[in-house]
Write a protein that binds this ligand. Sequence first.
Ligand SMILES: Nc1nc2c(ncn2[C@@H]2O[C@H](COP(=O)(O)OP(=O)(O)O)[C@@H](O)[C@H]2O)c(=O)[nH]1
Ligand SMILES: [Mg+2]
Length: 313
Amino acid sequence: MIDMARSSTSANYKDVCVLIPTLNEEESIGPVIAEFKSLGFENILVADGHSADKTVEKARAAGARIFIQSGSGKGQALKEVFEEIEEEFILLIDGDGTYLPSEAFLVLEPVLKGKADHVVGNRLGNVQGGALKRLNMFGNKMINLFFATIYRVHLTDILSGYRAFTREGIQRLDLSTPGFEIESEITIESVKKGLHIIEIPITYRPRPKGTKTKLHPFRDGLKIILTIFRMAKTENPMFYFGLFGSFFGASGFLIGLFVASDWLYWRIEHIPLTILTAILIIVGFQLFLIGIQGDMMASMHREMIREIYRKKK
Ligand SMILES: Nc1nc2c(ncn2[C@@H]2O[C@H](COP(=O)(O)OP(=O)(O)O)[C@@H](O)[C@H]2O)c(=O)[nH]1
Ligand SMILES: [Mg+2]
């Protein structure tokens, strides 16, 4: 496979836009762009987040077009720049040198051949020399498991920054998260819109020495988990409402157990607690009903989207 990537060195990817979001990546951005150029990619677009260092100058000197995002955050940059792209295919890659431009062909091939709308480069099979610390690896695995449980799609690396899309596919996604939740949002929206997603194993290298990730593991990890959960409301309503329902139901059950045992053993009545028990159980039950109804609406909606899209094609 790698040989295929090498043999395509002279190919002209004029329908491909190589999209690189950057924030203070002056160390790595030049070589990343140079390598893409040498592989035959001409359209290279850097979406910069107002870097305070020489990122923009270096990117321009290396021959990339520059787009300066209007706000802040990787998510805001991508949402904004996706609208600007005219090429038929998009190759998304971080500017920090952690992904290999030489593997571009592997990531692009399925979209170029019409086998997928969205390709995710799966880093977790080949993480080199501590590119992901043990804690990050664990967090990544938990997030992927959480995603698979809710969305019933088994992907290994939903947070990957190396991806390929068709422009048509990416422009169908409704994106709104500003920061590092964007990879999860893109993945979930792709599932929702019924895009065909494929994962391809890729290499993941450590950042160049002396440069730092802008991702804060706990703060951003929590935001990512909340995004995955919040978006379940319309994709897996039973999970979303069922979780709240279980919380109400379980609290009602425990308080009810106490009320009932006091009455059975000692004939002590807890009137307010009895009322509370009833309310909690009823609310819990109702949340489950909302979940069931939501599931029906979600599957009807999916059917409708599929139908509309089939007609368009
Ligand atoms: N345009 C833009 N790019 C960003 C921003 N924050 C991070 N990036 C870029 O997004 C990519 C991934 O960020 P990084 O800090 O490496 O996160 P990690 O790969 O998840 O550790 C890098 O190329 C960053 O330069 C931002 O606010 N705006
Ligand atoms: Mg990175």
